[in-house]
Write a protein that binds this ligand. Structure first.
Ligand code: CP
Length: 312
């Protein structure tokens, strides 16, 4: 694998999940694969899980790791070609990406959506800037429109917790006080399309995701109906896609409760706002898989880094 930008870069998802589960059983089996190789993790936005799990995954493979909070510590980057750089931007992506390539063998990038300019967000200006100008492999640690490391961790978690064939999985929108990006939901939908599951998306009217991504998916606006007989309920907030980045309704009655969850397993990528997105009783109960999901972030990242290292 050259780059990991989307869940589709994995090829066969089921084989990838199996390989990740082998790594989970034997995390140090490839501990010399990354010897004398360095990964640079560049964060334009905050993180807990992605930062630590990717670092741990790289360490399990014997890699050296450099981490930089680019958003707060780096020079402000210019991404446009031909700009007269006489304003606030100090460095062009052309130099920045090539310079980073001198210091490491793989670069991983986190750069969220602005939620202001849909066209710019969908162009993945930061991630694709590195893809264009760096000459080393790129890993997406959550970009404007995708979070494929999270989706792979979720696929691993689903595999470990599925007790029947063709389980019913519901992606349920949740309320949130802030406007959030679509990346986690997008990659979860893309991952679901690669799985042998009954998949339903439920959200209030006006919160449709990108129709290109949800094409072919069942969408139900009645949450109660959508949740009927669910085996897994994946809860996530996202802001409006059509009325880009806006929060048209608070939808507080969409919060996930123990009663609504029924016998289903609860999933969320974290971080999560308690008693806004989901009530305490769910997160503190036995049906919650959120800590398992976080743990599986290590093996998702380790699988991705292993495959890249094998082709360096
Ligand atoms: N789920 C996830 O990506 O968590 P962080 O934002 O803390 O990395």
């Amino acid at each position: 694998m050259k780059n990991y930008l989307s869940i589709n870069d994995l090829g066969n998802l089921q084989e990838a999940v199996k390989e990740a589960l082998d790594l989970k059983r034997h995390p140090y089996h490839f501990k010399t694969l990354g010897n004398q190789k360095t990964i640079c993790l560049l964060f334009f936005n905050n993180s807990l899980r992605t930062r630590l799990s990717t670092q741990k995954a790289a360490m399990n493979l014997g890699m050296d790791v450099m981490v930089m909070n680019f958003g707060s510590e780096g020079w402000q980057l210019e991404f446009e070609d031909g700009t007269i750089m006489d304003q606030g931007k100090s460095e062009h992506i052309k130099e920045a990406a090539q310079v980073v390539s001198q210091f490491c063998d793989i670069v991983a990038i986190r750069a969220f959506a602005s939620l202001i300019d849909k066209e710019r967000d969908e162009a993945e200006v930061v991630l694709n800037g590195f893809v264009k100008y760096a000459n080393i492999p790129i890993v997406n640690m959550e970009s404007s429109v995708a979070h494929p490391l999270q989706a792979l961790a979720d696929a691993i978690t689903l595999e470990e917790n599925s007790v029947n064939d063709n389980p019913k999985v519901v992606l349920s929108w949740a309320p949130h006080p802030k406007a959030l990006p679509h990346a986690v939901a997008n990659s979860f939908v893309e991952m679901m399309k690669l799985q042998d599951v009954e998949f339903v998306i439920t959200h209030p009217k006006g919160y449709d995701l990108d129709p290109e991504i949800t094409k072919g998916c069942k969408i139900v606006h009645n949450q109660e109906m959508a949740l009927e007989n669910a085996n897994f309920v994946y809860v996530k907030n996202w802001s409006s896609y059509v009325d880009y980045g806006n929060v048209s309704t608070q939808g507080t009655n969409w919060m996930m409760t123990k009663e609504k969850l029924g016998d289903a397993k609860f999933m969320h990528c974290l971080p999560v706002r308690r008693n806004v997105v989901v009530e305490d009783a769910v997160l503190d109960g036995k049906q919650s898989l959120v800590i398992e999901q976080a743990n599986n972030r290590i093996f998702a990242a380790q699988l991705v880094l292993k495959r890249i290292l094998e082709h360096l």
